[in-house]
Design a protein. Structure first.
Length: 316
């Protein structure tokens, strides 16, 4: 991908917020309605429980409001809202319109759909807006996948959940936190994971696993190479929370030990666009990040899309 030009105005994260569906569904709950059990689900996915409930707009308003409060900024000073989602509440208009109004924003707002890579796509897009003059951008990743899952299908119902993560980016006179990035897609693989309008998610699990590891590793490697850093310099990798076996395989190939990995899939499940911000903020709130730590975000999604971004945490 393109190298960030010298002299481009950077950005820093000044606030964040998270939200989960209001109903917790355990593996034992699922075992009551389908042929599965807690041990089988944990072994194959790493998921113990997940949260469902709420609309995409409702969860976005919750996480976005928390991010604005933490940042301590007037909503009227936000220059753009980007909502990464693959599950909008309506076909028209974009869910970001309702979120914009509810949060008191007076700026452009749009949805971005890159499936589970969506938040990183939105993060890179926000940096582009700031490079072009925007002062503050609110970036939200939200999905309510419980609405498009067949709850009798144990191959998909055990995986997906609802959640949202939001951050406020602010322009800075320095280089900012984004050191390098990569966005990718291979449309020839779209049939591996899809959902027709009005239907439910269809997935070729074995092929998704095989392709996901490869595409995640490729994107992350390109981003590290662009920044001139090696795996041993990464303080924390924040992968898309799809499946612990995918995460483990990708980290092994990248040479990043699992103790440097942010994991929330155990209690969030796969929340698509929300999974990377939820894992990042959980790590930050838990004290796992310090000034100037290198943080690698990497995800993959239906399409198949892939995206990665390297941040220097707290950099000005």
């Amino acid at each position: 991908m393109p190298i960030i030009p010298t002299g481009v105005r950077g950005a820093r994260i000044i606030g964040w917020g998270s939200a989960l569906g209001n109903k917790v569904v355990t593996n034992d709950d699922l075992a009551l309605t389908m042929e599965t059990n807690d041990e089988w689900i944990r072994e194959r996915t790493g998921i113990h429980r997940r949260s469902i409930g709420g609309t995409t707009a409702e969860l976005s308003i919750s996480s976005g409001g928390a991010a604005l409060t933490m940042a301590g900024v007037d909503p009227s000073t936000i220059d753009a809202l980007i909502l990464a989602t693959t599950t909008p509440d309506r076909s028209v208009p974009a869910s970001s319109a309702k979120v914009q109004d509810a949060l008191g924003l007076r700026c452009g707002a749009f949805d971005l759909n890159a499936a589970c890579s969506g938040f990183v796509y939105a993060l890179v897009t926000a940096h582009g807006l700031i490079a072009m003059g925007a002062q503050r951008v609110l970036v939200i990743g939200t999905d309510t996948l419980s609405r498009i899952v067949d709850w009798t299908d144990r191959n998909t119902a055990i995986l997906f959940a609802d959640g949202s993560g939001a951050m406020v980016l602010e322009a800075t006179s320095g280089l900012g936190q984004l050191m390098s990035w990569d966005l990718d897609a291979d449309g020839s693989l779209e049939e591996l994971l899809y959902c027709e309008i009005g239907s439910t998610v269809q997935m070729n699990g074995k092929e998704v696993f095989r392709r996901a590891v490869r595409i995640m590793v490729d994107s992350a490697a390109k981003t590290m190479q662009q920044a001139g850093v090696t795996a041993d310099q990464i303080a924390l990798i924040v992968p898309h929370q799809a499946n612990t076996r995918i995460i483990t395989a990708a980290c092994e190939r990248l040479g990043v030990p699992m103790e440097k990995t942010a994991l929330t899939i155990e209690f969030t499940g796969n929340t698509s666009s929300a999974s990377i911000p939820l894992a990042l903020f959980h790590a930050a709130d838990g004290g796992r990040l310090k000034q100037n730590d290198l943080v690698l975000l990497v995800g993959f999604g239906a399409g198949m899309t892939a995206a990665s971004a390297l941040l220097r945490w707290g950099a000005q």
